[in-house]
Ligand binder design. Structure first.
Ligand code: ADP
Length: 495
């Protein structure tokens, strides 16, 4: 494992951080308590962070409300756009450090976190472009006399955001972008397992000139700090990414003041391979649709439906591809897959592997924790299950690890029926050379985000969101920015 001098990455590594970032300053947590964040590649402590609670969330929301009503509300659209351009340049200049912090914090290979550079910078560019594109309408009406009706757009106010640990850099920009574009303010609660890139981002935003109180970060646990944010009566909108179960409690908590919600929740996405597909592309494509980020991706294509006539060849090639992946030190440029985020997640994934075997699925590759040099981290081999049926537990429940279930089908209609037999509806894909088959499947699959002959390609300019128990509300695309505004219709009588 590469050894690294932590304070040389960032001075707050190795420290006891007892503060939250509130109102443009580091402010001590009300409780004085801290919790540890560890490097999942080694199990070693990276830093201790302030354990936030209701009082800290209250203070952060007060700061966000004051900032929303303060000088920030008088920033013109072009001023907010220029601010986003400055942020873009500062994030670009500091990106390598952000990527390294993220890798240390949540275990994704450095090649992956560095690889998101263009996505993050393009996201900032996209939201900057939307600042001057959020216009109302004038509406021709039929009222007698001389009436003019128009709509005005106004920022919704204070936003609360609960961030997941599987990709905090990307997740935070799916909130910071629309907040800064529209003139809202925000309190962010990062996941307790991966808070560091957001804490660093808060510093960079301040350096770029974001006014005090516009962006606030309270660290801590979900059940306390997260829940306090979800039920806070002065938060107007909540953006949540995480499990469907936690999503349910967020919805209940948000009923206090009827918050607007955007929820990206769990998934069990279908990935459908027809016999006519280009298998040289479909095999690695379908494998990485699950194994990327060690399977910790909401839209992972975990139910892999393969047409029966190619099933044996496909499973063999998939297993061989899985075995060729390098699992190991995230800092090594040759690593494809890092560890899982935590011991809890490792236990969960290995638990599902056992259940799969008990229910009769066959392990074609992987299926175990990795030892040797990797024994201290939370590593598991990429796992291919064959002979899975859509009713088995491993095909129904979200595992959130590098485990794929191969399920055979004969006809397109059967594949479609099986694909939709799930409470989830986040993503999905189809691999085929036949345009008619591709269109039939994409029209038929009940999910928010679909791909043909590729998987997981995303662009900030394109809306990404779920359906059914995978949640609602778009991330990315113009509709995302619009959701941070509310509409007033104004009818004027000039008779
Ligand atoms: P996981 O269990 O895999 O960490 P969660 O959906 O529970 O997934 O976590 C996603 C985010 O939600 C984290 O920031 C976590 O702290 C937060 N969270 C967890 N439980 C709650 C809750 N009851 N209310 C608000 N936020 C929560």
């Amino acid at each position: 494992m590469t050894t690294i001098d932590l304070p040389s990455v960032h001075p707050f590594l190795g420290q006891d951080i007892k503060d939250h970032f509130v109102d443009g300053r580091w402010q001590p947590a009300a409780s004085g308590g801290t919790f540890e964040t560890v490097n999942p590649a080694t199990g070693h402590r990276l830093a201790s962070l302030a354990e936030g609670g209701k009082a800290d969330v209250d203070a952060a929301v007060r700061a966000a409300r004051a900032a929303f009503e303060g000088p920030w509300s008088r920033f013109t659209p072009y001023e907010r756009q220029r601010l986003l351009h400055r942020i873009h340049d500062l994030v670009a200049a500091n990106y390598d450090e952000l990527a390294l912090l993220e890798t240390l914090d949540m275990g994704a290979p450095l090649s992956r976190t560095l690889g998101f550079r263009s996505f993050i910078l393009e996201a900032i560019q996209f939201y900057a472009s939307q600042v001057v594109n959020t216009n109302g309408q004038t509406i021709e009406n039929s009222l007698p006399g001389q009436f003019t009706t128009m709509t005005l757009k106004a920022p919704v106010g204070v936003v609360g955001s609960i961030i997941p640990w599987n990709g905090p850099l990307i997740s935070q920009w799916f909130v910071l972008g629309p907040v800064l574009a529209t003139g809202c303010t925000v309190v962010l609660k990062p996941a307790e397992d991966a808070s560091l890139s957001l804490l660093r981002m808060a510093q960079l935003l301040q350096e770029a000139g974001v006014p005090d109180g516009v962006v606030n970060v309270v660290t801590g646990y979900g059940q306390t700090a997260g829940a306090a944010l979800a039920e806070h009566p002065d938060v107007d909108r909540l953006s949540f990414t995480g499990s469907t179960e936690t999503g349910r409690s967020i919805i209940r908590a948000s009923a206090v003041n009827i918050k607007r919600l955007q929820l990206e929740l769990g998934g069990k996405s279908p990935d459908i391979v027809f016999a006519d597909a280009d298998l040289d592309r479909a095999v690695p494509g379908a494998a990485m649709a699950v194994f990327n980020n060690t399977g910790q991706i909401c839209y992972a294509g975990t139910r892999l439906f393969v047409q029966r006539s190619i099933q044996d060849e496909f499973v063999e090639r998939l297993a061989a591809f899985s075995k060729s992946l390098t699992v190991g030190d995230p800092l090594d440029p040759g690593t494809n897959l890092g560890p899982l985020i935590s011991q809890k997640q490792l236990d969960r994934v290995l638990g599902y592997v056992s259940i799969g075997q008990e229910e009769g699925a066959v392990v074609a590759s992987g299926g175990a924790r990795l030892g040797g040099d990797l024994a201290e981290g939370y590593y598991v081999a990429p796992t291919v299950f064959a002979d899975v049926s859509n009713t088995m537990t491993i095909a129904r429940e979200e595992i959130f690890g590098p485990v794929v279930s191969v399920i055979p089908f004969d006809e397109a209609d059967e594949a479609l029926r099986l694909a939709n037999e799930t409470p989830y509806g986040l993503g999905g894909a189809v691999w085929t050379r036949d345009l008619g088959t591709a269109l039939k499947m994409t029209h038929g699959i009940k999910a928010g985000t679909l791909w043909v002959n590729c998987y997981g390609a995303i662009d900030p300019a394109v809306g990404f969101g779920g359906y059914k128990a995978s949640g609602y509300g778009s991330k990315g695309g113009p509709e995302h920015v619009d959701a941070y505004l509310y509409t007033k219709s104004v009818t004027i009588n000039t008779d």
